[in-house]
Design a protein around this ligand. Structure first.
Ligand SMILES: Nc1ncnc2c1ncn2[C@@H]1O[C@H](COP(=O)(O)OP(=O)(O)OP(=O)(O)O)[C@@H](O)[C@H]1O
Ligand SMILES: CC(=O)N[C@H]1[C@@H]2OC[C@@H](O2)[C@@H](O)[C@@H]1O[C@H](C)C(=O)O
Length: 400
């Protein structure tokens, strides 16, 4: 047996594992790095979040990614160069975190790397008969493994597509293992660039778990701020949106898209919800002059309304449920206020109430996917109808 297979076998046999989960999302704000101690597997999974940091991306990084991000026409050499470049950079960022936390790479069992999505194209977007759902994450795992000397599990989304899914949302797998609770129905709402939700029935029946993207979270607001306020990346504390009013005509035009008529589950990304989408809605609503503050107030309300629309479909026949939010959008006060008021004042909890920092949640969930990849795989979701194939995801990279 190759010594590295033996090493993996030993890791799989441990009672708990130190796993670093990485998430670099659609907002391109930074790399989320979550060091987790994970015990058990499946419904017996236990997680302790030992350290969490977001390593902010500098302007150079953002510009490099933006040159290929969610664009149909790109310089292919650029994509080729960025794939190892991001892997090495993410590896170096991990080494920086480990130094800061006073830990040696040899003490870490695994890295779970999401990579950087540069294009997400479910069939509903490309509509090409000869092709299936497709998604592309770069930042290759071999480069992370060789840079850090830590076995790396990466590229989780391809298996999901190979098994008939759309490659997302994957959070549902970890949400189910970590947050399902027999005392209450739960909806986990992640407010990232794209908003998504997971429904966790109190029956704990994996075949009734449900998950879907629902539309834009922050992505259109971020894109508009970046265009309108050079040097700013997002509408900090809703400052711009709070100065404006919702423009009813623009709101109606924004909501008029076939994506919102498609049944759940579905997935999407900035390939659809971008400045061109906004421009198209502005043209269709026919009003030339709308102030930037009104546009931002309208985009904010648009995200909230479409999130609540999907949420209401998802919880339609339930007597009761508790809502737990996570992701950067939790820090957008107007977005939270709009969601709350559209839900009739319902209390919105945070995953902090479940002991997981809402900013760290997605990185932790990828650590759980890696744990399942090496030591789990026994949970049967078994309801392919709902886009959640019963599979183990991730590819293993050794450093030797
Ligand atoms: N103080 C704040 N005020 C307003 N918005 C904020 C604030 N802090 C963070 N955000 C929003 O959160 C975003 C980052 O969210 P997050 O890190 O969850 O996104 P992501 O992981 O890239 O997204 P995704 O889950 O779609 O991949 C920022 O781009 C911004 O829109
Ligand atoms: C293709 C891709 O990267 N999708 C992301 C994105 O960001 C949010 C939403 O769109 C979600 O579907 C997904 O990420 C989370 C982590 C998921 O798969 O659950």
């Amino acid at each position: 047996m190759h010594p590295h297979i033996q090493k993996l076998h030993n890791i799989a046999g441990k009672t708990d594992r130190l796993i670093i989960g990485l998430m670099s999302g659609t907002s391109l704000d930074g790399l989320d790095v979550a060091l987790c101690r994970i015990s058990g597997q499946g419904m017996e999974t236990g997680v302790e979040l030992l350290h969490f940091d977001t390593i902010a991306y500098d302007k150079t990084y953002k510009d490099k990614i933006k040159s290929v991000f969610s664009k149909r026409q790109v310089d292919l050499q650029n994509v080729c160069l960025l794939n190892p470049w991001i892997g090495e950079l993410h590896g170096e960022m991990i080494l920086t975190c480990l130094q800061k936390w006073g830990l040696d790479a040899t003490s870490i069992d695994l890295i779970a790397s999401h990579g950087q999505t540069i294009y997400h194209s479910p069939k509903s977007l490309h509509q090409l008969a000869d092709y299936s759902n497709a998604t592309l994450q770069i930042g290759d795992g071999d480069h992370i493994a060789c840079t850090t000397g830590i076995i790396t599990c990466s590229d989780f989304r391809q298996k999901h597509i190979a098994a008939g899914g759309e490659g997302a949302p994957l959070a549902v797998y970890g949400d189910y293992l970590l947050f399902s609770n027999a005392a209450e129905n739960r909806v986990m709402l992640n407010l990232g660039g794209i908003a998504n939700l997971t429904y966790l029935p109190k029956s704990l029946d994996a075949s009734h778990v449900f998950s879907s993207d629902v539309g834009p979270g922050n992505t259109m607001m971020d894109a508009f701020v970046q265009q309108h306020c050079p040097g700013q990346y997002f509408d900090e504390n809703s400052a711009l949106a709070l100065q404006g009013n919702v423009h009813p005509g623009l709101l109606t035009a924004l909501k008029f898209h076939s994506f919102f008529d498609q049944p759940l589950p579905k997935t999407t990304g900035p390939e659809l919800f971008n400045l061109a989408y906004l421009q198209d809605a502005r043209t269709r609503c026919g009003v030339r002059e709308i102030s930037p503050a009104d546009i931002m107030a309208t985009l904010n309300y648009f995200s909230a309304e479409m999130i609540v629309h999907a949420l209401n479909i998802c919880v339609d026949k339930l007597d009761s449920y508790e809502l737990y939010a996570s992701g950067g959008g939790v820090q957008n006060p107007l977005l939270m206020k709009n969601i709350r008021s559209l839900l009739g004042g319902k209390k919105i909890r945070s995953t902090a109430d479940l002991n997981i920092n809402p900013d760290a949640k997605e990185a932790v969930l990828f650590a759980i996917l890696a744990n399942e990849c090496v030591a789990g795989g026994k949970t049967r979701f078994g309801n392919m109808k709902e886009g959640i194939p019963s599979i183990t995801m991730g590819k293993i990279s050794f450093y030797d």
